[in-house]
Design a protein around this ligand. Sequence first.
Ligand code: PMV
Length: 348
Amino acid sequence: NKLNNGSVTWSSPSNIALVKYWGKKEHQIPENPSISFTLDSCKTITELIYSKKNEGHNSFDFEVYLDEVLKPDFHPKIETFFKRIESYVPFLKEFKFTIKTKNTFPHSSGIASSASGMSALALCIMSIEKQLNPNLTEEEFIQKASFLARLGSGSACRSLEGDLVVWGHHPNIKSSNDLFGVKYPYKVHDIFKDYNDTILLVDKGEKQVSSTVGHNLMHGHPFAIQRFDQAIENITKIKSILESGDLDQFMALVESEALTLHAMMMTSMPYFILMKPNTLEIINKIWQFRQETGLPVCFTLDAGANVHVLYPNKYKDKIYEFIKAQLVAYCQNGHYICDKIGFGAKQL
Ligand code: PMV
């Protein structure tokens, strides 16, 4: 083939799970299906510069820059990723790569960049694959990119499209499967089409428990089977909630999922508490405000102390005012990110 050198750039967003993925089998196969909102402004922009090598075809050859700064410490993670995907994109060792990446959210915000970062890189690699194999359809392109992203970081496979993505086989979600994320294929009530996620940065430090360690805690976990069954049930439930637009049921399901994720970490061996006192302060304030006003605001959590505050844009004025007046005080240095539901990755 004649492909020698060039560059491709993709922007890919983060996502926030409503029904959580926690626990995996070998090869990044999830123990249970999950569904997420794709985010809009929290994203990674990655440029992949490639040039054909004349020799050295038995090793990966790449450099990684974050915000224009060379990052040798990113090497092992990318090397592992390349090893995992090599058999699906066998040209990797034929090129020398420069990976230039940046995030729109602050570097040490406690917001994981693995979903947006791995999906952006997977898409860049697929753009090379597409040049080598022009017959690839758009659908094949996106599926394979999600497949590769999954091998980088499980939840990354849910970041390519929007606004809702399912990953993991579920009997009631057509075309759902364990290998890549699929756009949620059913009717969704208008209330969910314009949803906000205000991310309260309670703790901007490094993650206390890496997600690899976290997923492994589900092996032999006393509640593992019940949890995986519950996730399947919750996907069934959320399917009818998404159609009906029942916000009370939505909030109950989403908050229960967040607390269950943390309950799994509190009941594993070893055990962890990833919430901070301010996480609980925020949760209590949200409950109090909801009880007093009846406004549909709820929270979800990732595997950390930060709180994602979810609410329909329709109620933004009052809820955002409440967030600023009562919740931002619990954030580290008053930092928070205003995001909303988004529509996936874009080639730039
Ligand atoms: O993609 P990973 O391996 O970093 O796992 C992330 C899992 C959670 O963010 C805690 C939940 C989810 O479904 O995104």
